[in-house]
Design a protein around this ligand. Sequence first.
Ligand code: HAM
Length: 423
Amino acid sequence: MSEALQAPRGTRDLLPAETARWAQVEAVLREVYARFGYRELRTPIFEHTELYVRGIGEATDIVGKEMYTFSDRGGRSLTLRPEGTAGVVRSYVEHSLGIGERGEAKLFYLGPMFRYERPQKGRYRQFWQAGAEAIGYADPAADAESIAMLVLALRELGLKGLQADVNSVGDAETRADFRGRLQDFVRGWGGSISNESRARLETNPLRILDSKDPDDADLVAAAPKVTNHLSSRSSAHFAGVLRHLDRMGVPYDVNKKLVRGLDYYSDTVFEVLSSDLGAQSAVAGGGRYDGLVGQFQKQGRPAVGWAIGLDRLTALLEQAGLAPGQAGSQVAVCTLGGAAFGRGLAIAQSLREAGLSVWFDSSGQRGLKNQFKQADAEGCRLAVVLGEDELARGEAALKDMQQGEQAPVALDGLVAEVKRRLS
Ligand code: HAM
């Protein structure tokens, strides 16, 4: 097939059979966000490239090799958003969304993100995230609440037994101290090391700990852990987060090897992993980013948040056999004969205006038996049956699709009777 007739590599269509599940996931997430007082923010799908270079970090994989960057006709360098946090922070600053002295805002978003990665199971070039950002909150309680919301959201979606891996990468002071310690270790390392990590030794040594290159596996396993060298402030913060999680009964694991792939993190970082996802095991990730807002305005603001990968989440739901909600119809209008067909269309409209979900054979081509069959497949509980005889009497027949019983009903009171039977 010609390439133009296929979705570009790493992208896919979400077909009607899948979108029912997606819509249900989004509805559950919106409901959980509301429970925690988060409000929706929709930011553009592209931003100035500079936003991501400064926000995510030049030495990260995302900025270094995964961005969809282009110049528009006005010569600006723009980038399809590879993640949501930088855009949310840009919007927060641009519109002064922070409330009160501490500039508080709790914002959520749902939408597609773009990264030029090598496509494989669970890894796409256009993928969807649902994210939540709490800006203006410094207390460890905010980290714990954010993690608790993530774990609860996954549980409400039906995914049991998932828990968060939690770690601390320390504050700026921790990392300034740790940088030298890590560089010394790597310089003295006698085993293998990838060229990329060698290059990062001077520019951004902490990124080495996030390397997935097999040549770095031994080095990463043996390297000192930042969590063992936290400043006293960071150490107290991390202890506070864990204490709050314990108090709320939120299950977690401390994973000292966890470092995240974006430079804006400080202190708490977390991921939710699932072995059912194969190599692409993180269904969600997040953490604290106290330095990010301060890169875009004078007044810095502490913040914490996360994003769930919806492609991976929906794959997990499917694997777990969790069926999406029935997206079918409640009632069918089935007709026999030309006059009944036109009348049926009008009745279907009245039922829809009354708020019901109605299946009607607008092709006009199916026989009555076939209409019943389709109504069944649509999950209809009732069928309004219209023939020429019924019409002449000002009646329809109301058929219970499960029992098969049929009873006459006056057209005058039809809408009310259908609503009564369905309630
Ligand atoms: P992230 O870990 O880069 O974090 O992405 C979050 C989630 O998005 C991942 O756990 C994964 O499920 C999904 N994801 C990432 N890349 C792909 C891909 N190529 N294909 C499919 N799914 C993918 C962030 O993006 C941060 N902005 C999260 C955050 C919010 N931190 C603080 N606030």
